[in-house]
Each structure stands twice: as structure tokens, then as C-alpha cells.
Design a protein around this ligand. Structure first.
Ligand code: E4P
Length: 217
């Protein structure tokens, strides 16, 4: 299972990268705005900075909602750095753009996916990654994990190569449940990754080992 971090914060990306388990980064316009990154050139520069920190795929989202705009923006994003994956919204023009990029060998991440049918369309269009937003489904009392399971079954039935990128992860249990369901990738905040480290018995056990060592040394 690949681990992506869902942030545009360079310190958090560096912290996750330093752990040695990071496979990539996902961003979106809200995450860029949260870091105060505004203006076209600043945004492009920020993507390059992210690529220089992480050793893996970096999803950069288009703002356009029409096919021509998405193609123009996506080509500029892909040309920025070999690690860039063009992130496209799951709307009709996004699916068209996904097919266009996939025919050209440009990698894509189809985002804002909330149903199995949408995920099927993304795979048909040759998406590299599909991003079902499980946390946002949970937020409206719908079972986000069930969507991951449905997509896994559909993709396995037809051997689609599109990777399931479980997005909108909120906590460590989402990560563990997605791993059980066979999600190819997870993307979440830093705490959903570092939280996996924690267990009180580890801390108690380590303290005891060190205490016993000190007694004889
Ligand atoms: C995915 O790529 C999105 O950036 C993200 O996971 C959305 O998560 P949120 O629902 O926490 O905003």
C-alpha cells in the first residue's frame, strides 16, 4: 500500500519523507490556499518545491472545468516536473481530459469521486489513480469504506490498472481499514500516518527495557 500525504505544507511533507515511508503527495486548491500559496506562478513554484522534497508522485489539480482549459493547464503542470500527476475533477470534461492525457502517457488522478459508477468511468478513461473521498462520505452518514470495497471489486473483476487512492482519510483506522480492503494508496494528513506509530505498550515496554539496561550498566 502506498502512503501519500494530503497537504501542501512543506514541513509536514519533509517530516513524512524523513520517516522513509512516503510514496507521494496529494494537494488540492483548498490545501494550497491553507498554506497561503496564491497566484499562478507561486502555485507552480510550490509544486516544484514539493517534488524536490518527496521521492514520489505529486498530484497537482487543475482549476479549469472545461476540456480545453484542463488540457492546457494539465500539460503545463505535467511539464513542470516528471513527478507531477495531473489531478482532474470527476465531471464530463474531466473524464474527456483524463482519456486525452492517458492516450498521451500523462499520468492522472481523477478526484472528487463519491460513487462506484464514477470510479468505473475514471478507470474506463485510463486514470492512473482514482480518488474516492471516504471521509466526506462518512461526514454525511454514508459508509465511505463500502465505496472502497465496491471499487476494489469492480476493478478486480475487469483487471483495470487504475489504482484506488483512498482520499479524505481522517484518522488511523481509515488507513488500516483501507489496507484491509486492498486500497492501493491512501492519502491523509500527517497525523493519520504518524498515529500508526503509537501504542502505549510500546512506550511502556521500551521504558522498562531501558530501565533494566541501566540497572546493569
Ligand atoms: C484528495 O486528494 C483530497 O485532497 C483530500 O483527500 C480531501 O480531503 P478532505 O475531505 O479532508 O478535504
Amino acid at each position: 500500500m502506498k502512503f501519500f500525504i494530503d497537504t501542501a505544507n512543506l514541513d509536514e511533507i519533509a517530516e513524512a519523507q524523513a520517516l522513509g515511508i512516503l510514496d507521494g503527495v496529494t494537494t488540492n486548491p483548498s490545501l494550497m490556499a491553507k498554506e497561503g500559496i496564491t497566484g499562478e506562478q507561486n502555485i507552480l513554484n510550490h509544486y516544484v518545491k514539493i517534488c524536490e522534497i518527496v521521492d514520489g508522485d505529486v498530484s497537482a489539480e487543475v482549476i479549469s472545468t472545461d476540456f480545453e482549459g484542463m488540457v492546457k493547464e494539465g500539460e503545463a503542470l505535467a511539464a513542470l516536473h516528471p513527478q507531477i500527476v495531473v489531478k482532474l475533477p470527476l465531471i464530463a470534461d474531466g473524464i474527456k481530459a483524463c482519456k486525452y492525457f492517458s492516450d498521451k502517457g500523462i499520468r492522472t488522478n481523477v478526484t472528487l469521486v463519491f460513487s462506484a459508477g464514477q470510479a468505473l468511468l475514471a478507470a474506463k478513461a485510463g486514470a492512473t489513480y482514482v480518488s474516492p473521498f471516504l471521509g466526506r462520505l462518512d461526514d454525511i452518514s454514508t459508509d465511505g469504506l463500502n465505496l472502497i470495497a465496491e471499487i476494489r471489486q469492480i476493478y478486480d473483476n475487469y483487471q483495470f490498472n487504475t489504482q484506488i487512492l483512498a482520499a479524505s482519510i481522517r484518522h488511523t483506522m481509515h488507513v488500516i481499514d483501507c489496507a484491509k480492503l486492498g486500497s492501493d494508496v491512501m492519502t491523509g494528513p500527517l497525523k493519520s500516518i504518524t498515529g500508526l506509530l503509537k501504542h502505549p505498550l510500546t512506550d511502556i515496554g521500551l521504558a522498562k527495557f531501558l530501565e533494566d539496561y541501566k540497572k546493569g550498566n
